[in-house]
Structure formats: structure tokens, C-alpha cells
Write a protein that binds this ligand. Structure first.
Ligand code: SME
Length: 158
């Protein structure tokens, strides 16, 4: 297939609805985890132009930076630390409308104003997180949570 992404304008839902089948096409049939995480991060960054989109993966009881798009970022995050470590610990999605109001938030970039972090599961086990940062306050809501949850459910860790 051609690896060009068709970017669209419209509501957030319309953007996700156009993007999801394209991401699915990019990753289905490819079994390499790093390749798929890289293309998911790039697709989301290209469509939504967020500040930072990327993955942290659980390695020896800490989160280690994985494929991402955006400015350089912290390499390792301990369980329970920052939004990413908290999402891992709680095994749940965390929406942060204002990062300055999240106790323990790890500021990889001073430009980040709001954030969403979703855990990546295999069965009940958290294998890593998807972390997205925005330069604007209150960028993420349950619409993002719903569509991003669907995208991360396609990730094959085996
Ligand atoms: N802000 C995150 C750290 C990762 S960077 O945003 C890429 C956190 O508090 O866990």
C-alpha cells in the first residue's frame, strides 16, 4: 500500500473516523511491534499536530521510552511517577486538562499544557502506555479516550 496518510479537516470525531481505518491498514499484516508503534505515533501526530505523541514500554519494572514523535523526552519513568507511571499503576486512562494541577506531573517539555495517557494491555497486564501532550489546555476528552482506546487495542505484543 502507499504509505501516504490522507489528512482531513473536520470535527474531532470526523478526524478520528478518517484516521482509524488508515492506521488499521498501516499496522495490520505487520507483526513488528516497534514498526507499528512508530506508525501509530506518526499518524496521530500528523493528523492532530499535538506537541508529543509516543509510547513508553514496561521494561524491568519501569517505563522506558519507545517510539514517539515530538521533542526529546524523559527516558525512564518509575511506577506511580508522573501521569504515565500513575496510569500504569492504576491500569487506567488519565486525562489531565492542566498539567500544572496534576501532582507529580513530569514536565518533559515546558510547552506541554494538557495530556492524556492510556495503558496498553495484554489481557489484564499493562505492557506500556500511550502518552499524548498538547500545547493547549484541556485538549483531550472522552472522545479522544474512546478512539485512542480502540487504536491501542489493535497493538499486538506477541
Ligand atoms: N508528562 C509525562 C512524562 C512523559 S512526557 O510528557 C513525554 C508524565 O508526567 O508522566
Amino acid at each position: 500500500m502507499a504509505e501516504d496518510l490522507l489528512l482531513i479537516e473536520g470535527t474531532k470525531e470526523e478526524q478520528y473516523e478518517a484516521l482509524l481505518p488508515q492506521i488499521k491498514a498501516l499496522i495490520e499484516g505487520e507483526e513488528d511491534l516497534v514498526a507499528n508503534l512508530a506508525n501509530i505515533a506518526a499518524s496521530l501526530k500528523q493528523q492532530f499536530r499535538w506537541l508529543w505523541v509516543g509510547f513508553y514500554l514496561v521494561r524491568n519494572d519501569e517505563l522506558v521510552l519507545g517510539p514517539f514523535q515530538g521533542p526529546v523526552a524523559c527516558t525512564r519513568i518509575q511506577k506511580g511517577r508522573g501521569v504515565c507511571g500513575k496510569s500504569w499503576e492504576l491500569a487506567s486512562t488519565i486525562l489531565v486538562p492542566d498539567v500544572e494541577k496534576f501532582p507529580g506531573h513530569i514536565a518533559c517539555s515546558s510547552l506541554s499544557k494538557s495530556e492524556i495517557v492510556l495503558p496498553l494491555f495484554v489481557n489484564e497486564r499493562v505492557m506500556g502506555v500511550l502518552d499524548i501532550d498538547s500545547e493547549h489546555l484541556d485538549s483531550f476528552d472522552t472522545t479522544d479516550q474512546r478512539f485512542l482506546k480502540e487504536i491501542v487495542s489493535w497493538i499486538n505484543f506477541t
